[in-house]
Design a protein around this ligand. Structure first.
Ligand code: KIV
Ligand code: ZN
Length: 521
């Protein structure tokens, strides 16, 4: 019988640590629900002690998302573990995931401790976690640069202390598949109590080998793989969930394993993550890229017509890639819209439907055909627009051309008062941002990143602008979509500015002096 591999999704924790990827509460909950539909085994919902927002997100997901086990991350410190338990305790199946660095550089340089002291901290952490929660995972951070005999001792001791899962992370993406295979095999051969726990693997993609390394670990006996949708994560990202799941499925002859993942939800989940985080999936990305199942060369197309298997090793429908059976447009009704949205993973309360339908109609009237990608954007906007506004965009107008300096006229409203400004810049967006900056008067406000893309098909595609803004040591992401990219850019900038101002106000009210450092590995 095929061996069952648990899929541990960390998009909401490690994935969200990617620069610029932060999501608000509504987005996190929406994604967690979609991960449950994807049927992953474990959702790592966040790092509760890192910020009040993370705590809130983990505890809301624990209360509201049914199905998968809900895990929270904690350092091997009592206050982290207790806070983590507070956040996950209401889940149907809660898990505390605690970790400590075990490589020489972590033990000696980061902690200034001995190996024995760190081992004792790991054991104490697991024992405390086990006294609170039935399901405890321990991670030996930077395991692939840890002295092998010491790693063996840490794994044995933490299993002895009660960890039901022990994770072997390649934190810095340093391993090769051969090294990973040998390391996991070594642990299976040398840890006497290894059968009492599930051995997990968690790989980063710094050298582009994270998926290969994860698969090598499975081949050597690992029973859990930690990964993220679209491979998002710190630096070069984490191992990609869709690649691992489809590799194990497509090459089951090689691995003789199975996962519980509902692969037909892969594309929906990938698109949702891309929209919520504002990260474009590269067209040639395996499994979920726009070209992953496209055949351009005539010789390939000819072969495909004779027999799909000539150039296709997976069926597009297995990952959920099917053309919509009916197209949505200005004449579509609420039922049709709702049913399509539900297929895309959105649970819509009755009272929200009217507003979403209005948004849909305003796009459909201008666009005529509304695609799934448009619907993801409409849903994203519906959730972000509920955030309170400080500044409201009344109007934007630009004058540009090949031989004039672009100018942008912006009208904003705050507390009922209208402010108008004309800005100049190197391009129309620059000119509009100049005008907005002059109105809002936030000293040191800086655009760290700006991106605009056509997200749907055709010349009348919706354009989505994503902008990351910094101010007074804080950072916010703003997104907006419109048929007019200048309007989308202005709105995205204002959304980010509004988030910064609202957070600043909330901190002021809470009397906080500075933002807590997330201190995430
Ligand atoms: O990369 C890493 O080591 C981690 C651990 C906390 C599992 O993210
Ligand atoms: Zn990681």
């Amino acid at each position: 019988m095929a061996r069952q591999i648990r899929i541990f999704d960390t998009t909401l924790r490690d994935g969200e640590q990617a620069p610029g990827a932060s999501m608000d509460m509504a987005a996190k909950l929406q994604l967690a629900r979609q991960l449950a539909r994807l049927n992953v085994d474990i959702i790592e919902a966040g790092f509760p002690i890192s910020s009040p927002e993370d705590f809130e997100a983990v505890s809301t997901i624990a209360r509201e998302v049914e199905g998968p086990c809900i895990a929270g991350l904690s350092r091997a410190l009592p206050q982290d573990i207790e806070r983590c338990w507070e956040a996950v305790q209401h889940a149907q199946r809660p898990r505390i995931h605690t970790f400590i660095g075990t490589s020489k550089v972590h033990v000696e340089r980061r902690f200034n401790k001995t190996e024995d002291e760190v081992l004792q901290m790991a054991v104490d952490a697991v024992e405390l976690a086990c006294s609170l929660c039935d399901d405890v995972e321990f991670s030996a951070e930077d395991a692939l640069r840890t002295r092998l005999e010491y790693l063996r001792d840490v794994v044995e001791a933490t299993i002895e202390a009660g960890a039901g899962t022990v994770n072997i992370p390649d934190t810095v993406g340093y391993a090769t598949p051969w090294q990973m295979y040998d390391t996991i095999s070594y642990l299976f051969e040398n840890v006497p109590n290894i059968d009492e726990a599930v051995i997990s693997v968690h790989c980063h993609d710094d050298l582009g080998m994270s998926v290969a390394n994860s698969l090598a670990a499975v081949k050597a006996g690992a029973g859990q793989v930690e990964c993220t949708v679209n491979g998002v994560g710190e630096r070069a990202g984490n191992a990609s969930l869709e690649e691992i799941v489809m590799a194990l499925y497509t090459r089951r002859d090689e691995f003789d394993t199975e996962t519980g993942v509902n692969t037909a939800e892969i594309i929906n989940t990938s698109r949702m993550v891309s929209t919520l985080m504002g990260f474009v999936v590269q067209p040639n990305k395996a499994i979920v890229g726009a070209n992953a199942f496209a055949h351009e060369a005539g010789i390939h197309q000819h072969g495909m017509i004779q027999d799909r298997q000539t150039y296709e090793i997976m069926r597009p429908e297995d990952v959920g890639l099917t053309e919509s059976v009916f197209t949505l447009g200005p004449r579509s009704g609420k039922h049709g819209l709702r049913s399509r949205l539900e297929k895309l993973g959105y649970a819509i309360a009755d009272e929200e439907m009217e507003e979403i339908y209005e948004r849909f109609l305003s796009v459909a009237d201008r666009k005529k055909r509304v695609y799934d990608e448009d619907l993801h954007v409409i849903m994203r906007q519906a959730s972000t627009d509920t955030v309170a506004e400080v500044w409201h965009l009344e109007r934007v107008q630009v004058t540009t051309g090949s031989d004039i300096t672009p100018m942008g006229l912006v009208v904003l409203r705050r507390n009922g008062e209208t402010h108008t400004m004309l800005g100049h810049g190197n391009g129309p967006v620059d000119a509009v941002y100049d005008a907005i900056g002059s109105i809002v008067q936030m000293e040191g406000l800086e655009v760290a990143d700006y991106d605009v893309r056509g997200i749907t098909r055709g010349r009348d595609a919706l354009g989505e602008a994503t902008v990351r803004v910094r101010w007074q040591g804080d950072e916010a992401l703003g997104q907006a979509a419109s048929l007019d990219v200048i309007e989308a850019s202005a709105q995205a900038y204002l959304n980010a500015i509004n988030s910064l101002l609202l957070r600043d106000e909330a901190r002021r009210q809470a009397g906080e002096e500075e933002r807590p450092d997330r201190q995430v590995p």
